[in-house]
Ligand binder design. Sequence first.
Ligand SMILES: C[S@@+](CC[C@H](N)C(=O)[O-])C[C@H]1O[C@@H](n2cnc3c(N)ncnc32)[C@H](O)[C@@H]1O
Length: 221
Amino acid sequence: MLRDAAARPWYAEGPPRFVPGYADLHRMTRILLAEWTAPDAQVLVLGAGGGLELKALAEAEPHWRFVGVDPAAAMLELAERTLGPSSARVQLQQGYIDDAPDGPFDAATCLLTLHFLDADERRRTAREIHRRLKPGAPFVAAHSSFPQADSDRGRWLSRYAAYAIASGADPEKANTARAAVDANLSLLTPEQDARILSEAGFRDVEMFYAAFTWRGWIGYA
Ligand SMILES: C[S@@+](CC[C@H](N)C(=O)[O-])C[C@H]1O[C@@H](n2cnc3c(N)ncnc32)[C@H](O)[C@@H]1O
């Protein structure tokens, strides 16, 4: 599947090289979820492959339990290895949102993933996440989302590649990633993305993270 094939080499190169403040994004996500969830929360993580946000959340919140869902077997294997001992509190499930348990969950995240889905599928997926949450439960989403006017898009994509190169990525790989983002991702503006979350049923949607081509939001079921 194209979106998995697009994600794997990128992940191997290292998300922190492509996502400014990647570790801080996890820290902020944990703080935002913890504002509203019990110390023994059940958290749904969609697009959990690779396992880096699962590891960060599990280590910061030793009583949270997780269901991590991802369609790519290789990414789930990597998550299992990345998690180490924390994997005891994580149920990994191969599949899409429709394969996730009904919950209801106390919180959910979907990081660096919804940009693989076109607007309709993104809205449907967000609705299905909403359906699996307890009333009022928080949801954090973060992914590629930036101005899409012809005059803006190329400039921001170049900044995306420049950040990766400045962070130590191989320049050829960074430019290949730039071309893959341009060609393969379903890129929307931050305004469109926030609207999709509201249309999916989330209330009080607020942007909390903006870094070059990346944005993150919190909303409540
Ligand atoms: C770039 S990785 C991000 C992994 C992790 N969330 C992180 O932040 O490190 C994107 C993941 O989304 C998964 N993915 C692609 N399409 C998906 C979908 N429709 N539903 C859930 N996960 C999907 C891919 O298999 C891949 O593991």
